[in-house]
Every structure is written in C-alpha cells, then in structure tokens.
Ligand binder design. Structure first.
Ligand SMILES: [Zn+2]
Length: 229
C-alpha cells in the first residue's frame, strides 16, 4: 500500500492531544491504522505533549478545587452511551436497534471499531450508497461508510462543514490528485470537490462529515432535494 495523502499537521496534533471530536478522531485513527509514518508522528507529538506537562512548575490548587472535582464524580458521564440522554445532539446518530449489524469484517477499519454498529445501506445517488455508523458518544460529525461503483462521476459539490475521508478499498481522483487505500482526504467549505471514482474496483471510504453537501450547477440544484447525505 502506497500512501500519498496524510492528515494535515494541525489535525494530527489535535489527535495526539486527544482534543478532536469523536467522529474526526475515528477518521484520523482509520488513516493511522494503515500509515506507519503518521503513527510515528502522532506518537512523537504525544511524547512532546507529555514532556511539556512534566516540565511545568507545580501550581497551588485554588480553594475548593478538590471539593468541586469530588462533586463531579457523581455526575453522569456525558461521553458514555448510558450517561448521554441528549439524543437531539446534532452529531449523535441514534440508528435504532433494527437491522443494525457490527462493522466486523469491513476492511481497513481500526480494531476498536469492530464493536461499533452500522445501519443498513442507504441509496444516495446512482452508483453511490452510504451506511451510517452508530457512535458510542456524542459527536459533531457524522460518520458513515460511503461506497461508490467504479467510474462513478460525482456531481461537483462543496460542503457547509468539514469532510474527512479515509479510503478503505478502491480509489478516486479529484483536483488534489489520486487517492487509494489508506489515503486521507480533508476538505472544508472552501474546497470544491469534483470526484471521479477509479475504474478498477468499487470504492469504499470512511467519512466523518459536518454540515451538508451542496451540489453545484443546474443539475445539482435540480437533484439536491433528493440527495440524502
Ligand atoms: Zn499518514
């Protein structure tokens, strides 16, 4: 596997610091599971972060700090599935319990995702379908598998938020180059995507997306109401 496209440095730094949104974290972790170079960089960044913390001079605690921390121990864990009652959170996809299946068997995903559940495939556009993934905690980005037939030409589109994509099988091409298994693609509202899927095999990607897809041009405007992504 030759990996040509990696996450930008600031994304990798946030990953190493543990400050990424859960969906974005999963997308970067998927790339790292295939990329020794980024694994080494993330490990180095974690080491630097630890060294910086170790080197800081000790600070005296403020009055009542210990009592406040102790009181919070009894609060529900807002990051756990059980403690999270906020089902209306924009990124938390409650897929229900029917027809869900574990992701075990999907190639290229990191090991911790095998216990995640995913909904059945949903039609998106001709030749394109998606499978939403149930995350164990709230996330601002939605995570899903996106599968496209060989040679599929996506309508030119932009995003209202960020889109992090990791190729699992097959590949695609757009203005930034050719993307294959293990490659990582990052886009935001400033990037126009004019994507063509590679001719050889079905393209399967893991995507973490915020906001919505906005199709461009006459045909895009015409079918935008029918696109479910
Ligand atoms: Zn990499």
């Amino acid at each position: 596997m030759t990996i040509r496209h990696h996450p930008p440095a600031d994304l990798l730094t946030s990953y190493a610091a543990g400050t990424l949104d859960l969906g974005d974290h999963i997308a970067v972790a998927t790339h790292l599971s295939a990329c020794p170079r980024c694994q080494a960089m993330a490990a180095a960044l974690e080491h630097v972060g630890g060294a910086v913390l170790t080197g800081l001079p000790p600070m005296p605690m403020t009055d009542g700090a210990l009592a406040r921390v102790t009181a919070r121990l009894d609060e529900p864990d807002r990051h756990s599935d059980h403690g999270n009652k906020d089902r209306a959170h924009p990124g938390h996809q409650d897929l229900g319990r029917t027809n869900r299946a574990p992701l075990d068997g999907v190639p290229g995903l990191p090991g911790f995702m095998r216990r995640y559940m995913a909904a059945p495939w949903i039609w998106v556009a001709p030749g394109v379908r998606m499978r939403p993934i149930q995350l164990p905690a709230a996330s601002d980005s939605r995570v899903f598998l996106l599968q496209s037939r060989p040679r599929t030409k996506m309508l030119e589109h932009t995003h209202t938020g960020t889109e992090l994509t990791c190729v699992l099988t097959g590949g695609f091409r757009h203005a930034a180059g050719d993307f294959g298994p293990g490659d990582f693609d990052w886009g935001d509202a400033e990037v126009r995507h004019d994507v063509t899927v590679a001719p050889s095999e079905t393209c399967l990607c893991l995507v973490a997306m915020r906001g919505e897809v906005r199709l461009r041009g006459f045909w895009g405007a015409l079918i935008q109401p029918f696109i479910r992504l």
